[in-house]
Design a protein around this ligand. Sequence first.
Ligand SMILES: Cc1cc2nc3c(=O)[nH]c(=O)nc-3n(C[C@H](O)[C@H](O)[C@H](O)COP(=O)(O)OP(=O)(O)OC[C@H]3O[C@@H](n4cnc5c(N)ncnc54)[C@H](O)[C@@H]3O)c2cc1C
Length: 450
Amino acid sequence: MMETVRCFDRDIPLLGCWEAVVVGGGSAGASAGIACAQAGLSTLIVEKSLCLGGASVNALVSPMMRSFTGHHSNFHALEARLRAQGCQTRDDVLGEMVWFTPEDMSEALETLYIQAGGQMLYEAVLVDCAMEGGQIRALILAVPEGLRAVAGKCFVDASGDAVLARLAGAETAHGDENGNDQITSFRFEMGGINVERYRDYVMGLGDAYSQFPRGYFYESAMVGGRDFVLEPLFQKGVRDGALRPEDLRYYQTFSLPGRPGCLSFNCPHLVNLTDNTQAMKRSAAIVEGRAMIRRLARFLKGYMPGFENAYLLREASMLGVRESYRLVGKYVLTEEDYTGQARFPDGVARGDWYIDVHSATKGLYHKKAYEKGDYYEIPYRSMVCAGVGNLAVAGRCISTTFLMQASVRIIPTCMDMGQAAGAACAAALRDGIALNAVDGVRLREGLDYQ
Ligand SMILES: Cc1cc2nc3c(=O)[nH]c(=O)nc-3n(C[C@H](O)[C@H](O)[C@H](O)COP(=O)(O)OP(=O)(O)OC[C@H]3O[C@@H](n4cnc5c(N)ncnc54)[C@H](O)[C@@H]3O)c2cc1C
């Protein structure tokens, strides 16, 4: 059987040329696009799905994790927009968490981006890039009409998986010391739940984990082997054959604003997908994950008080990948930077979420959370590399160690990194220099925290 197929040796029609081209419209990419467009750059976001938001929309990830540190303006604009759309965001009861529905998030990001003057290219999958002298000249995309090219001056890789960085020949890494990635989840939502009854039941068991024991919002969880009050019921499910032991690895639910009776499930863990960089293994895990979702939904309906009339509302349309490829950039941010609350002259974003590893092989690994107000900085050098001049990387695939990635990856931090990347594109074009030559110290001075 042949091992390779030669196919790209042909002329690809050009769709256009933009000053800034952003690959991936997740939290980081949308924010990068907004910043580029607001700076007056002709900007294109290339996104393979039908909406902005990435994991926060298509993988059904919500809410935004708590963050007590200052953030850049895009984060605050998004929060204001979500609030205007009726989402309940940070307040005295909810703390520094932003609660949203996937639809509210995608609408808010798209509105902010289009209002800033950016252009969208949805349904476009980056498959290759054309390089010249260490610079990216054009992206090759699979779009509805076939293969098309998009030319640009500055490129931001916000694909989550460092797709453009890898295609451009930048060094990347993934996984822990054994090549195991953080565990991937396949999230889902259920409706028809009597959340009050469910909460009363869980609280009645003396649960110490549940968040928000009163009011509309509720967060609950069960992690097998960790003495959670819900575990005996889940174990009964296993004994009865309704569940399998792997279904108990991780279970977590969150309310959704404006959707009474609905819960978003941050599970199941795809326990067999220890290396999520391989297409065939991912697809096999999706098949397993779908069966896990069905088992969990049936179990909840049959066993859990409050779920008597519940139904499966939807499954995520994108895998919940916590970590995959990461850039190896000019600086690799480490867990020592977390513990030392590192400051950098070119610190362009701040992080304050703890190191929150869902390890494929070692269960949950957490580093002590910060006190409110503590933070570390993310240097611009973690977003660029020496080898590709006109590329910046933003979001969960910047240059960090495996452990440190588990802190930088939360949505507010991804948004701030995206805004910094957008500001860097504007600086590079203003000064006629490469993105990886932008002065991070000056860049930092132009980025406000509120
Ligand atoms: C299961 C799970 C639970 C989480 N829980 C929370 C939480 O509660 N709170 C929180 O704040 N964070 C949470 N996170 C982390 C957070 O959701 C993500 O790390 C963050 O959303 C990543 O944003 P991003 O912009 O870097 O990447 P993504 O959101 O993944 O965006 C990347 C975008 O690039 C697009 N793309 C990828 N490849 C291509 C290509 N070849 N061509 C075109 N487009 C492409 C994708 O479609 C996607 O839209 C969780 C993550 C997971 C997986």
